[in-house]
Design a binder for this molecule. Sequence first.
Ligand SMILES: Cc1cc2nc3c(=O)[nH]c(=O)nc-3n(C[C@H](O)[C@H](O)[C@H](O)COP(=O)(O)O)c2cc1C
Length: 230
Amino acid sequence: MKFQLMLAPMEGVTVNSFRTLCHRNGADLTFTEVARVANLARLKKGELEKIGISNSTPTQIQLAGAKITEYEKFLAGFEATEGFRGFNLNLCCPSPEFIRQGIGAAMIRRISRVNEISKLIGKYGFECSVKLRLGLDDYEKGRKAYINLIENIDASFFAVHAKTAKQTSRERADFSVYARCIDTGKRIVANGDIRTKKQVAELKKTGLFGAMIGRAAIGNPKIFRELRMD
Ligand SMILES: Cc1cc2nc3c(=O)[nH]c(=O)nc-3n(C[C@H](O)[C@H](O)[C@H](O)COP(=O)(O)O)c2cc1C
């Protein structure tokens, strides 16, 4: 399978038109911004708008939430449209509100719950991928919380944003973690600070499944075409 280039989920950015533009410029897969399952289960209009897929652009819907009953309610009423390619679980959002509620990056350690959710999504016949950080902080990173999760969850791929939830967007992603992630035998997608062809060439050699690009695509959706060129 060819090395996958993905457009990262970005709140307020990865709307239908932007996803389509990036796909036309070489992004193999795109993501909606994060939507809260609690709100989707209650059919909140604003939240439902976040997950609308208007055309055939390959798109995964990103979900954040921990309550099985809410996932059940949402999935029972969900109808897939043309571009839909499955769900992506958000185990990466560092916002204090998410962390307080035990969702986003706080779910990296909630392995049995993540397992239940991914199995439930599978039961409906949908693909389930995961986007995670390395842990809440350096302590969790040191304890390899991310490896524990990757090893114990069945998901189509794991997009690893190579920072802890405590790190700011200005701190560099730690590319050295990918080798151990790849050793698990699972499909690993690198994310964080990827902008150049040289980086992609190096990452490709390591056995990664793909690379996910966020900020570098804002204002330059052609970046996928540029990174693809040999
Ligand atoms: C404006 C903005 C909004 C974001 N919204 C989300 C989101 O909804 N879900 C998510 O998983 N990550 C979100 N992220 C994080 C990105 O998906 C990505 O992990 C991060 O920007 C690192 O990749 P980059 O260095 O290529 O930008 C957001 C990032 C930005 C800049």
